[in-house]
Ligand binder design. Structure first.
Ligand code: UDX
Length: 441
């Protein structure tokens, strides 16, 4: 919304949320989300044509276009638990809109949702006697965290799905004209509603599948002496495959990939497509396996005796340049190490200590074996293992000789992101381990 406000100064953008603390943060100098370039965009637009307010009903009443961007977490209960999306927030918004909105409105689904959700929204509108006035569009967001502002400034594509009726087409064109202020027209794709809703899930499933595929091969590389980065480079040069998203890792994290694939799996099951469901579910299973494998290798390198040894974890966010930790591989790695009674010391440049504790242990819980360090050197002090879990740029150029000197010996180094020069570390004296690399440990 901040980027729309920046690129379309003639459009008034109002962001509403019931959560007053959150809105206060958006109105302060300390934004609740760390995202490169976002501060500048908000500073340039806030108070001009961008407003943050808790007046949800007022915002709905005044708007011509309403973007629905609420949470759609995985259901934790009942039918579809662990897979299906929990749509209660979407439904609550639809009910609020039908209660307070007057006059024609375009309702845009921005949240990632299962196919046919717009049907639910439309049904609620119709049952409340306001259906005729409203057009529902699907406009899934493809930005990635850490590069959100750059992705929004020049998206590969903007996808808008709408009803194939004259009113639907008109609504699609209205929304397209907003993006057309800065996105070339040939990058604005229009489809029917169901294609737009499904495309978002499928896009994420395909991206995650590439990571699971290369991660499965990383294990084979370690077994055979091949180097996974060399394999990636070789296959990525095939223009039919392409070079991106083939970086082997400790496993993908983030709020989208796992959730969206499980959603897709649930949809397939619901439509009786068991084999299709199993096919996509294996992408998530491979990812779980890769995360567990990394922790198991650390424990193996400690002669299978991690108890009371210190393991330093560098990076806790699910990727660099974000303070988001949802589904981060670091969470399961820390838990596996704690289960072996290791002392786990985490350092992350952006994630607060309280979040690290609650992610690993549960809200409000503490464990003396889990601590958070202020610097990577503090984390490495007395550690038997130092492991990179997030690819923060600062980890590429740490003083590794100093880290080596601080550690217990043998000093084991695990690079879960293949970002450091393992040969150089080996020369310092470390026993090194990369993902899909010829390894010493
Ligand atoms: C993803 C999609 O990229 C985006 O289009 C969609 O809108 C939301 O979901 P995001 O989760 O923010 O975005 O981050 P992304 O860059 O896709 O990374 C996801 C995870 O995959 C991270 O943990 C990342 O470290 C990992 N990853 C990515 C790899 O392990 N290897 C790669 O080659 C690429």
């Amino acid at each position: 919304m901040a980027v729309i406000a920046l690129k379309a100064p003639d459009i008034e953008v109002t962001v509403v949320d019931m959560n007053a603390a959150r809105i206060a943060e958006w109105n302060s100098d300390q934004l609740p989300v760390y995202e490169p370039g976002l501060d500048e965009v908000v500073r340039a637009t806030r108070g001009r044509n961008l407003r943050f307010t808790t007046d949800v009903e007022g915002g709905i009443r005044e708007a011509d276009i309403i973007f629905v961007a609420v949470n759609t977490p995985t259901k934790t209960y009942g039918i579809g638990a662990g897979r299906a999306a929990d749509l209660r927030y979407i439904e609550a918004v639809a009910r609020t809109i039908s209660r307070v909105a007057v006059g024609p409105k375009i309702i845009v689904e921005k949240s990632t949702i299962p196919v046919k959700t717009s049907e639910t929204i439309k049904d609620i509108f119709a049952a409340n006697g306001v259906g005729g006035n409203f057009q529902v569009l699907s406009n899934p967001e493809f930005l990635a965290e850490g590069t959100a502002v750059a992705d929004l400034f020049s998206p590969d594509r903007v996808l808008i799905g709408g009803e194939r009726t004259p009113e639907g087409e008109k609504a699609v064109e209205t929304l397209a004209s907003v993006y057309a202020r800065w996105v070339p027209r040939d990058r604005i794709i229009t489809t029917n509603l169901w294609s737009a809703e499904l495309s978002k899930l499928v896009a994420n499933a395909f991206l995650a599948q590439r990571i699971s595929s290369i991660n499965s091969i990383s294990a084979l590389c370690e077994a055979t002496g091949a180097d996974v980065d060399e394999v990636s480079r070789a296959i990525g040069r095939d223009s039919r495959v392409g070079p991106k998203f083939l970086k082997a890792s400790v496993g993908f994290g983030g709020s989208c990939f796992q959730k969206d694939i499980l959603n897709l799996v649930y949809l397939c099951e619901k439509f009786g497509l068991g084999d299709v469901a199993a096919y996509w579910e294996s992408v998530v299973k491979m990812n779980d396996w890769q995360k567990r494998r990394f922790a198991a290798q650390i424990i193996g390198s400690l002669y299978n005796t991690a108890a009371d040894k210190r393991v330093a974890i560098l990076g806790f966010a699910f990727k660099k340049d974000t303070n988001d930790t949802r589904e981060s591989a670091a969470i399961s790695i820390c838990r596996d190490l704690l289960a072996e009674q290791a002392h786990v010391v985490v350092y992350d440049p952006r994630v607060p200590a309280s979040l690290i504790h609650s992610d690993v242990l549960g809200a409000g819980k503490r464990d003396a074996r889990l601590t958070v360090a202020q610097t990577p050197y503090e984390a490495a002090e007395g550690a038997h293992v130092v492991a990179i879990v997030t690819e923060w740029d600062e980890f590429r150029s740490l003083d590794y000789a100093r880290i080596f000197a601080l550690m217990a010996k043998p000093a084991l180094f695990f690079d879960g992101r293949n970002i450091v020069d393992l040969a150089a570390l080996r020369r310092i004296g470390f026993r090194v381990h990369g993902i899909g690399k010829p390894n010493d440990a």
